[in-house]
Structure formats: C-alpha cells, structure tokens
Design a protein around this ligand. Sequence first.
Ligand code: SF4
Length: 381
Amino acid sequence: MRMVEVKSTTSIKDYHLMDAAIQSWVAKQAMLPLNKVEIAYIDNSFIYPGDGMYQGLFHFADVSEQIADLQDDVPGWINAARASLSGGEPCVATGPQCHTPFKCPFLSFCSPSVESDDGFPPEILPYGAALSAKLRKEGYNDLRDVPADRLDNLRHQLVWRVSKSGQSELDPEAGRLLAALPYPRYYLDFETISLAVPVWTGTRPYMQVPFQWSCHIETAKGVMTHSEFLADGRGDPRQNFAESLIDAIGTNGPIFAYNAPFERSRMQELADHFPILSRALEDAIDRIVDLLPIAREYYYHPAMRGSWSIKAVLPTIAPDLAYDDLEVGNGDMAQQAFAEIMEIKTSPERRQKLKGALLSYCERDTLAMVRIAHYFEDNES
Ligand code: SF4
C-alpha cells in the first residue's frame, strides 16, 4: 500500500517528514500494510494547459527511507505532546522556535512588547533579528535604552533616534524629489490572486494573477479623478485588466506605486503574455516611480515601529484614512474576497457586497499614496 502526504508547498520541508512519519506510524498501528510513503508537493514550473489537465502539477518524492529512520521517535513525540496537554503552562523563553516553521499563535502572550503596538522592543530594528537577539541577551528590552554606539546601520540609528525623541523626522529632500515631477500624475495599485492550483489556461501555481486596479489621477496639484477596474470573477481577468489599465494611465506622466517591483512585475508578465499590449505596458513600466524607497530614505515616525509599509506610514500622516472601517482591509482579505466572488455558489447579493468592499479597499490604497506624496511635497523646505 502506498501513502501520499500532499503538501501545498513547492519544496519538501523538514517538518513534512515529521508529519509523514506520524501519519505512517498511525497507519501502521492500524495494521495498514504500508510499503511506500511519498510526499507530493507542487511543481511551480507547471503551466496549466486547460481542460482539467493537471498531470504534472505535483512532484512525488519517495521518502520511505527517511520516514523509517524517524519511526522510533514518534512515540516520544506523542508522549511529549500528551504531557504538554495535561500539564500546566510550560515555562519556556521565546526564541527561534516561535517563528519556525510557523509563527506561533501565542507570541502576543509570551512576548507582548514585540507583538503589541506599544513600546519600542529591539525587534523593531528593520532586518535586525540577530542584533535584537543579542541586545535582548544583554538585558536590553527597550530600544531606547541601547547606547548609540551599538547601532552602526544608518536606518537602525534613525529608528533608535526617533524612538528616543518621540519626534518624527522628514528630510525635505523627499518633497524636492516629488516637486520636480510633472503632471498628470497617476497613483496606481493592483490586487492579485495567487492560487496553488491554477484555474486559468497559461497560468502557473502561485502565480500572482492581477484582478483589480485602482488609479487616482492628478492633473494639477490637488485636482483629482479616480478610475478603477475589478474583474467579474467569471474567467481569466488578465486581458480586461490590462486593456482597461492602458486606457486609464495615458501615455505620459509619472505613475506612482508603493513597493513598485510588485506592480512592475505584474505589468511585465502581462506584456509578455499579450504581445499586442506589450509596447503600451512596457512604456508605462518606464514611468513608474516608487514611493516606498523615498519614504524609507527620508521619513520615519515613532509609531511606524520599524516598518515602512503603507499601512504603517499612512496613520502617521493621514490618521483619518485608517483601514479599520473597511470590510476588506489588507491584501490577504482581498484575495479571499475575490476567491469568494469566483465561487459559483456565491449569491449575487454577497458578490455585490464583496465587490463594493474590494473597490473601497483598493481606492483607499491609492488615496493613501496621494496623501503620502502630498505630505512629503508640502514639507519640501
Ligand atoms: S510563542 Fe509559542 S513557541 Fe514561543 S515560547 Fe511562547 S508558546 Fe512557545
């Protein structure tokens, strides 16, 4: 008998072997005659040819030997798990186990200062995991207590300085850069869906397929119109997405995005897939201006707590534009909403509601960019 443990990842992880070892141990205790154990994982070079032809979607790896080596350990794991369940709260310090292989759902309980929005733990230092672990070991639980000479990275110094002073810093150079750009200006954001099992011909597993865009168009300082597109969820959204986008973004003027490699990559993929649209899309790619590196280089507020994501920056500049009044409030929720729109059993009323929520969310993202750009520009001197 052959047992296959199916995983949605694109490679085998160590914990998959432990999963398969437990499954096969259980099967053997139930007297099932297993003679082969495999792990199936997704081949992300697979391109869906359509018509339900999914042969080749999975790689199958024979892990029988590795599993056999783990069989003797399984009873010990089970006993340890039983002991944890029946005992009191274990006294264990936080460490790498809290994030590997997944983020532990108890992190906010075990390490409240890292997870809450309060305080300035060393972990807010961007890309500073090793340094913050060292600082913690030395007894520094608040970044503001760390001596200045312990931080030699300029961004770490900025985070430390602003956390200590409680005052945001904005270099007028950000405004000068923006003021030099012409009108019309376009503020653009995409939403995409990434499916483990591709459903549209020519798409790959986990490919980011764009289904929605929002664009604020500024023809002179503060003079705005808004355009948007949202696929109906009934078929491959890419062609309508690309054609409507090209109509909206014209042929000249900067196109702002926040973390632009994402938008650039999607536009390049569309250009590659639709040769007839490639010229217009590639011309538009050349006009993209990324607001994220400008923010990262020239702006920081203590409430950002080491993050320059648009959702960290926006409340410090435009608190009236929070996302908490929206039914869809982040990219993951947007994907889930679109997946529900695609679902044939979703009622027309529910579909309409989800569409409204998606449109509000994506529009909020591009309005956020407008407000951030204006804030920088208004403080250019
Ligand atoms: S966060 Fe989770 S893994 Fe980390 S110490 Fe607490 S319970 Fe253990």
